[in-house]
Design a binder for this molecule. Structure first.
Ligand code: ADE
Ligand code: ZN
Length: 355
C-alpha cells in the first residue's frame, strides 16, 4: 500500500474530542490484539478451578497466595510461574474454557479481531496431545465470531529455550491440524537463544505458507531484531522495543512497515522500563513505526487491552491522534485480508466521527 492510499487520521477528530474523554474513547474504539499468549490469560481463579476439576495439585494455598507470587524481576522470573500455571490444563474442554474466558474479556474491550499465541510444547511435554490443545482452542475461535462478534485465529509458538529439533517435532505433530492455525512464532527465554537458532524450521514453515512472527528485542539486543527480519524473515516483530537503540534498525522497520506488537504493562511488570512514563511507545510512533498495543499475558501483568491503553496514555500523555493511529496500526498489522482491514478502519473512523 502506498503512503497516499493508506488510511490517515482526520485532524477534526482531535479538535472535537476533548482530552478528558480520552479514556472513554480508548475503551470504545474497535481494535485488534496481535500479541497475547492464551496460557497467559489463565486467571488464578481459573487455575484453581481447573486444578480441582482435574485433580492436579499446585504449590499455592489460595488464589490470593498465587497472586502474591506475581512479583517479577525479569522475563525468566515470570516464565517459571507461567509454565507452572499451565500445568492444570489437561482436557480439550480446559483449553476451550481458557480461550473462551479471554475472548469474552476481549469482546468487552471492543477487540474485534485477535491473533492468539499458544505454546503446544508446554502441554505435549506433559503428555497432553497436540489434538487436545489445538481442537479445544480452535473450537473457541470458531464460536467467537457468531457469539461475541470477535474474529479469532491462532499462532503456534515454538519455545526458544528448547532445541530446533524439538521445534521440528512440534511442527510435525501440528501439521494434521494446519487448517486450524495461521502462523508460527517464537517465544520464551530470549537472551542466549537468538532467532537464527530456528533458521531451518522457520524456512520450512515459510515454504508451508504460514505467517511468521517472532519475539525479538523484548530484553534481547537489536541484533536479535535484525536476525528475526533477515534470517527468519518474519512479517511482524513481537515487542521489539529495544530497536530504539539502533537508528538504522528503526529506519528499516519504518521503511518496510514491519509492525511491532508492543505490550506496555508487560514491559512494566518485567522491568523492561522502570515506569510507564518512560515507555518508548510514543517515540516508536513518532519515528513512523507501525507500533501496536497488546496485553501479552494479561492475567499476570495486571491488565487486558483497555487497561494497557488507558494506563499507558495516562502515564505518557499520548492523545487522540495516537489512539486512532494505534488502532489503525492494529488492523494494518493483522493477518486479515485487505477488504477486512478497510472495513475495520471504516468502523474505527465511524466511532471517532460520532464520539
Ligand atoms: N511467553 C509468554 N509471554 C512471553 C513474553 N513476554 N516473552 C517471551 N515469551 C513469553
Ligand atoms: Zn509475548
Amino acid at each position: 500500500m502506498t503512503d497516499s492510499s493508506r488510511p490517515h487520521f482526520d485532524p477534526t477528530f482531535a479538535q472535537r474530542i476533548p482530552a478528558g474523554r480520552l479514556p472513554e474513547l480508548l475503551r470504545a474504539m474497535p481494535k485488534a490484539e496481535l500479541h497475547m499468549h492464551i496460557e497467559g490469560s489463565l486467571e488464578p481463579e481459573l487455575i484453581f478451578a481447573l486444578a480441582q476439576r482435574n485433580g492436579v495439585s499446585i504449590p499455592y494455598a489460595s488464589v490470593e497466595d498465587l497472586r502474591k507470587a506475581y512479583a517479577f524481576t525479569n522475563l525468566q522470573s515470570f516464565l517459571d510461574i507461567y509454565y507452572a500455571g499451565a500445568s492444570v490444563l489437561l482436557k480439550e474442554q480446559d483449553f476451550y474454557d481458557m480461550a473462551w474466558a479471554y475472548l469474552e474479556r476481549a469482546a468487552a474491550d471492543h477487540v474485534v479481531h485477535t491473533e492468539m499465541f499458544f505454546d503446544p510444547q508446554t502441554h505435549t511435554a506433559r503428555g497432553v496431545s497436540m489434538e487436545t490443545v489445538v481442537t479445544g482452542l480452535h473450537r473457541a475461535c470458531v464460536d467467537a465470531l457468531p457469539k461475541l462478534g470477535v474474529s479469532a485465529s491462532l499462532i503456534l509458538c515454538f519455545l526458544r529455550h528448547l532445541s530446533e529439533e524439538e521445534a521440528f517435532e512440534t511442527l510435525e505433530q501440528a501439521l494434521p491440524y494446519r487448517d486450524k492455525f495461521i502462523g508460527v512464532g517464537l517465544d520464551s527465554s530470549e537472551v542466549g537463544h537468538p532467532p537464527e537458532k530456528f533458521a531451518r524450521v522457520f524456512a520450512r514453515c515459510r515454504e508451508l505458507g504460514f505467517h511468521l512472527v517472532a519475539h525479538a528485542g523484548e530484553e534481547g539486543p537489536p541484533a536479535y531484531v535484525w536476525s528475526a527480519l533477515d534470517v527468519l524473515k518474519v512479517e511482524r516483530v513481537d515487542h521489539g522495543v529495544q530497536s530504539a537503540k539502533d537508528p538504522a534498525l528503526m529506519k528499516r522497520l519504518a521503511q518496510d512497515r514491519i509492525p511491532l506488537t508492543v505490550c506496555p504493562l508487560s514491559n512494566l511488570k518485567l522491568c523492561v522500563f522502570p515506569d510507564l512514563a518512560q515507555h518508548n511507545l510514543g517515540a516508536l510512533l513518532d519515528a513512523g513505526l507501525v507500533a501496536t498495543v497488546n496485553s501479552d499475558d494479561p492475567a499476570y501483568f495486571g491488565g487486558y487491552m483497555n487497561q494497557n491503553f488507558t494506563q499507558t496514555f495516562a502515564a505518557t500523555g499520548l492523545g487522540v491522534q495516537q489512539a486512532w493511529q494505534l488502532a489503525a496500526n492494529s488492523f494494518e498489522g493483522s493477518f486479515i485480508d485487505a477488504a477486512a482491514k478497510r472495513a475495520y478502519v471504516d468502523r474505527l473512523n465511524a466511532v471517532f466521527a460520532t464520539f
